[in-house]
Write a protein that binds this ligand. Sequence first.
Ligand SMILES: Nc1ncnc2c1ncn2[C@@H]1O[C@H](COP(=O)(O)OP(=O)(O)OP(=O)(O)O)[C@@H](O)[C@H]1O
Ligand SMILES: [Mg+2]
Length: 373
Amino acid sequence: MAEIRVENLVKRFGSVTAVADLSLEIRKGEMVALLGPSGCGKTTLLRMLAGFEHPTEGHIYMDGERINDLPPQQRRIGIVFQDYAIFPTMTVYDNVAYGLKIKKLPRERIRKEVEEYLGLVGLSSYGERMPSQLSGGQQQRVALARALINKPEVLLLDEPLSNLDAALRLRIRKEIRKLQQSLNITAVFVTHDQEEALSIADKIFVMREGELMQSGGPDTIYTRPANDFIADFIGRSNVMYGRVLAGGSEPRVSVDGTVFQVSPPAGEGLSPEERVWVSIRPHLIKLHPLDGISPDRDPALESANAGRGEIVYVEYLGNYTKGEIRLPGGRDLEFEHYHLDPGAGETSLRRGQEVRYEIPARNILTGRSIRGT
Ligand SMILES: Nc1ncnc2c1ncn2[C@@H]1O[C@H](COP(=O)(O)OP(=O)(O)OP(=O)(O)O)[C@@H](O)[C@H]1O
Ligand SMILES: [Mg+2]
């Protein structure tokens, strides 16, 4: 268990800047996710932490000691590669024993430890098998055991689940998280899958084009995205662009003629005429079927962010219905309508149905755009 600190780290490959002036801290025992689209520099950062790549500029500290020039084998860092790279001509046992044999530990001690770590990853009876006789998930667990048996201070996992099918991804993800928590190991989990990052990490670092965009707990990143890139990238959202009509504590924004009262952004306020992004999560749009209710007599109908809309598309998904609602101004928003009390006989939404929609201003996020649109 160790803590890692990175200061102003830069990595250039010729004219390509893979990592640009990145600073971050990873605490002892923390599992952090490095999240970002393909090519944003995740693997490059991981390889610098592990010592396989030398930084162009900046510093890497482990427990306060600068390790820039320390060779990989002296860093007490374990790494599980994107393609997990276990030795195909060695048995499972020999794969896991590899690191201990290199250290020339006594044969009996190696046997005990390999058995312990195979047990830890649920492969006790698989020692004699060859990798080709294992499923993808089992190979993944061999790679994990092989990294863990060296008792690394820090475990680096580079998209460890990318070769697995959907069901296995969920299972192994939970196993990795539980193992990391029970061993209390510092870990960095690289992924470009936002749900994976949200689910597994204590803290998320969102990267884009070699830069750190935002760091924070999964709930912070989801509910308070720092900019439109993150609002769009993390979770599903209707991200739109508009113009500020009024700033202050109850700001209003016009998006192609549809006016939204929005939640004031963190930090400095908004000025009239500014171009901004607006983000509305589909599940935060409240829908009430208008069947049998006279909309004209409903006082809430004309309030801010509420009105009469038409359902123009639906997908029934059991626990919820997702679809699109057309607002009076003609704009379509994606919604997710959860079926919270099916026993009460609620009817499902239909295409063409008229509904009252309501979006609390506190749940409409906004800010200055970093995308220049
Ligand atoms: N050895 C190299 N030589 C030149 N360019 C490189 C090298 N390694 C990486 N790059 C470039 O640096 C950038 C970051 O690459 P990196 O592999 O770190 O991305 P990534 O975030 O891991 O992407 P992915 O999600 O696709 O794995 C890319 O533009 C890549 O082409
Ligand atoms: Mg990568």
